[in-house]
Ligand binder design. Structure first.
Ligand SMILES: Nc1ncnc2c1ncn2[C@@H]1O[C@H](COP(=O)(O)OP(=O)(O)OP(=O)(O)O)[C@@H](O)[C@H]1O
Ligand SMILES: [Mg+2]
Length: 608
């Protein structure tokens, strides 16, 4: 059976999992870590770095290192969130050709799906290394509160990475799947997921025989650990300004160091009550004098800095419970997901709101990927008994005259779903109708909602007004992705209209990006393979050379021994030449000879 991987594409960390012999497991990366930083960098030499290796060089290469790209995916250039990112990021964000967002690395512009694709590709490679075979199919998770544009852009990222994303699932739903997997539970649970970039709350009913039904979901896709880090950075920058009258934000490297230190302090304060932020030589005073930043941050101060953000998550929980028409006492378990839920204040706030201690049984960093892996396995194996019923987090509608949002599909409707609506012409001989598809909250003005796209029905029959009736079907599939179809009711003529995201990529662009990503992988895999072979060969050469004098003493007296030594020298020389030429195949060939020589040398030395 074909293997399907589950990928939790996080704002801060990504994780990949698979079901092996019926058991979901997280796949560690080459460094042995179960999560990989969602960071991408390009070095001065033009080399692309992803994951831990990108994170390690972030301070010295701040301008060309991308973090938290997920906060930008599927967003429009003029959105407040993008403006916020432009003002606070150490990398450069510019406007793209479709009012979208591009990130500049070493003078080259990348779309956000391309950056996310680099992370996805890394996760794919981690899985392939572990499984020893190519992987093409994946289930990728997104925040429950992601809208259509964000989901579509995530799917595009998967395609660019060379993955067939067979399903997009919501992160809290994935967590619940993993929590309930194989336990035959009957329970109403709340999943509180506070990660690096996003907050989600979902309330689910888990029924026997693997039925997982989401009752209500809500969230904020721009509320996470990043915002708490930003508060700490503000506090540090402000304090420094008061002391030295210098703005640390002017310096990208200083900013990256501050970001690092802020996150570290925040994490430490989950287990200790105070910590010191110590950043020597953070900036020059302008009088050739280096200034240091040194301040003590207490848990209490951190809690004050983060208080309103935590309160916002609680407000969303309250609203979701109302939407679900459930009382707190009807929630039988609260599951904490996401790294931020390690913060004691957050655990307390959740416990106080739900009036129950949250469950400690799931791993906050791994549970989402495990759930995606479980869903992936269930999609290709019909022996798996599991039914997943998720909901759409936002209402779907159209914009009508006077900027009114006319709701067609309310929030928290189970997906897949569809609704039809009959449109009639409003003028005589009208041959076209323009329809704006919106997603969001009908209580708000239409323009405050997300415009998913617009389409024009053309070629309508010339007839008196009101006599041409067009039936338009709005559909949301199991991925939460929207499509629209239209039919002339009299002629039966069907028009299929793709709701093209106004901030998305065109098919042509995606195709180009797919090719570019493939080329890069071939390059990267090639160079990694060479690097590994070179290291192995060099290690053997060093060992052999260390043994040389001893071996010479022992065997030099016989012809056979001299012959063996000459052969060994020749192999070492050949291996060196192959390394010099960067010829992977030749280096690998010499490794065999080197291994044999090494073994023989060790044998000779051991006998003496
Ligand atoms: N011990 C800790 N105390 C406080 N915060 C922590 C701790 N460990 C991790 N975090 C924070 O958790 C966040 C990362 O959480 P996680 O890995 O769940 O996010 P993500 O899945 O990448 O993001 P998202 O789900 O929002 O896209 C970071 O902001 C990190 O600083
Ligand atoms: Mg997450």
């Amino acid at each position: 059976m074909e293997k399907v991987i589950g990928i939790d594409l996080g704002t801060t960390n990504s994780c990949v999992a698979i079901v092996e012999n019926g058991t979901p497991v997280v796949i560690p990366n080459r460094g042995g870590y179960k999560t990989t930083p969602s960071m991408v960098a390009v070095t001065e030499a033009g080399k692309r770095l992803v994951g831990h290796i990108a994170k390690r060089q972030a301070i010295t290469n701040a301008e060309n290192t991308v973090y938290a790209a997920k906060r930008l995916i599927g967003r429009k250039w003029n959105s407040p969130q993008v403006k916020n990112a432009v003002a606070t990021s150490s990398y450069k964000i510019v406007e793209g050709p479709h009012q979208d967002v591009r990130i500049v690395l070493r003078d080259k512009e990348y779309s956000v799906p391309e950056i996310s694709a680099m992370v996805l590709q890394e996760m794919k490679v981690i899985a392939e290394d572990y499984l020893g075979e190519p992987v093409t199919k994946a289930v990728v998770t997104v925040p429950a509160y992601f809208n259509d544009n964000q989901r579509q852009a995530t799917k595009d990222a998967g395609e660019i990475a060379g993955l067939d994303v067979i399903r997009i699932i919501n992160e809290p739903t994935a967590a619940a799947l993993s929590y309930g997997f194989g336990r035959n539970l009957e329970k109403v649970v709340a999943v509180y997921d506070f990660g690096g970039g996003t907050f989600d709350i979902s309330i689910l009913e888990i029924a026997s025989h693997g039925v997982f039904k989401v009752i209500a979901t809500a969230g904020d896709t721009f509320l996470g650990g990043e915002d708490i880090d930003a508060r700490i950075i503000d506090w540090l920058v402000q304090g420094f300004k008061e002391e030295h009258n210098l703005d640390l934000r002017q310096d990208r490297m200083a900013l990256q160091r501050l970001k690092d230190a802020a996150e570290k302090a925040k994490c430490e304060l989950s287990s200790v009550r105070e910590t010191e932020v110590n950043l020597p030589f953070i900036i020059s005073s302008g009088r050739n004098e280096a200034l240091h930043l040194q301040r003590t941050l207490t848990r209490q101060t951190l809690e004050e800095l983060a208080d309103d953000l935590i309160e916002r998550t609680v407000d969303i929980c309250r609203q979701t419970l109302e939407d679900a028409r459930l009382g707190k006492d009807e929630i039988e378990e609260v599951i904490l997901v996401g790294g931020m839920t390690r913060m004691p204040k957050i655990q307390q706030a959740v416990a106080a709101f739900f009036e129950r201690e949250p469950c400690k049984g799931v791993h906050p960093d791994e549970v989402v990927a495990l759930g995606a892996g479980i869903q992936g396995a269930a999609l290709v194996d019909d022996k798996q008994e599991m039914i997943l019923l998720d909901v759409t987090p936002h209402a779907l509608g159209i914009m009508t005259f006077g900027n009114v949002f006319e709701e067609l599909i309310p929030a928290n409707t189970t997906v897949p779903t569809h609704r039809t609506k009959i449109f009639t012409t409003s003028r005589d001989n009208q041959t076209a109708v323009k329809i704006l598809v919106m997603q969001g909250d009908p209580a708000k003005n239409a323009e405050d909602n997300e415009l998913l796209g617009e389409f024009i029905l053309t070629g309508l029959r010339r007839a008196p007004k009101g006599t041409v009736e067009i039936e338009v079907t709005f559909e949301i599939n199991a991925d939460g992705i929207v499509s629209v179809r239209a039919k002339d009711l009299e002629t039966g003529l069907e028009q299929s209209i793709q709701v093209t995201a106004t901030s998305g990529l065109t098919r042509d662009e995606i195709k180009q990006m797919v090719d570019a990503a493939k080329d890069d992988l071939v390059d990267r895999r090639g160079s990694e393979e060479f690097e590994a072979a070179k290291q192995e060969a060099e290690k053997l050469i060093t060992e052999i050379e260390k043994l040389f004098p001893q071996v010479q003493q022992v065997v030099a007296s016989s012809d056979f021994g001299r012959d063996a030594i000459d052969k060994a020298k020749a192999i070492v020389e050949k291996a060196r030449a192959a390394i010099e030429k960067k010829d992977v195949a030749a280096v690998k060939e010499q490794i065999e000879g080197l291994t044999r020589t090494h073994r023989m040398f060790k044998g000779v030395v051991a006998k003496t």
